[in-house]
Design a binder for this molecule. Structure first.
Ligand SMILES: N[C@@H](CCC(=O)N[C@@H](CS)C(=O)NCC(=O)O)C(=O)O
Length: 205
């Protein structure tokens, strides 16, 4: 399989990390939406990453759909999101919070880097950054529950997505984290970033 997208994209990174942790392998095409739009559109007409080309040529788009496929392939015992019930709802809620942080942090990054400065709208940027802070604070609350993981007694997609979201914010907009108490989340972040799946994919601007 081929994973299209670079590790600066938190959506791509959570897929890359999940592939590695589930014991799969993928060829990487570290393409950027800024510089490689036409090549990316050959995989995803929307021009977005990540996309995953399977060995038979089928192309999956959107990180959530790709993660769903990886979990199905891995089977219920190893899936990073539990199959059903309250455990599934709990993990999905935390994943949604992490995904929301990614979406808002990416939007804030674009607001600051893709617009001519005179067309930036400060109140909108402020709202995006407040949403990032709110999402991270909720994930921090989850990190305070007993045990080393955000949910359940093992690593789930909640942990992977939360770390990918936090690292994207740290690398692209560290000022958003000023005065935010994230000790539990940062401890989790340090622990996971010591694993090769995370170290090898750490985002670079
Ligand atoms: N919901 C999508 C979001 C993907 C996304 O927004 N990717 C960004 C890069 S981090 C992108 O492709 N941006 C270019 C664009 O949306 O035009 C997913 O989970 O894969």
């Amino acid at each position: 399989v081929i994973l299209i997208g670079r590790d600066l994209s938190p959506f791509t990174r959570r897929v890359a990390v999940s592939i590695e942790l589930l014991g799969f392998t993928a060829e990487r095409k570290q393409l950027s939406t800024v510089d490689h739009g036409s090549e990316i559109r050959q995989y995803n007409p929307l021009g977005r990453v990540p996309a995953l080309e399977l060995d038979d040529g089928e192309v999956l788009i959107d990180s959530a759909a790709i993660l769903d496929h990886l979990d199905q392939t891995a089977g219920p015992e190893r899936a990073l999101i539990p199959l059903s019930g309250s455990e599934r709802r709990h993990v999905l809620k935390l994943v949604a919070l992490a995904q929301g942080v990614m979406e808002k942090a990416v939007a804030a990054f674009y607001e600051r880097t893709r617009r001519p400065p005179e067309t930036r709208f400060a109140p909108w940027l402020q709202q995006l950054e407040d949403q990032v802070r709110a999402g991270l604070s909720m994930l921090e609350n989850a990190s305070q529950s007993p045990g080393p993981w955000l949910a359940l007694n093992r690593m789930t997609q909640a942990d992977i997505s939360a770390v990918c979201a936090l690292d994207f914010v740290s690398v692209t907009s560290p000022h958003i984290l000023d005065d935010l108490a994230l000790s539990g989340l940062k401890t989790l972040d340090e622990r996971l970033n010591a694993l090769p799946a995370f170290t090898q994919t750490y985002p670079k601007v």
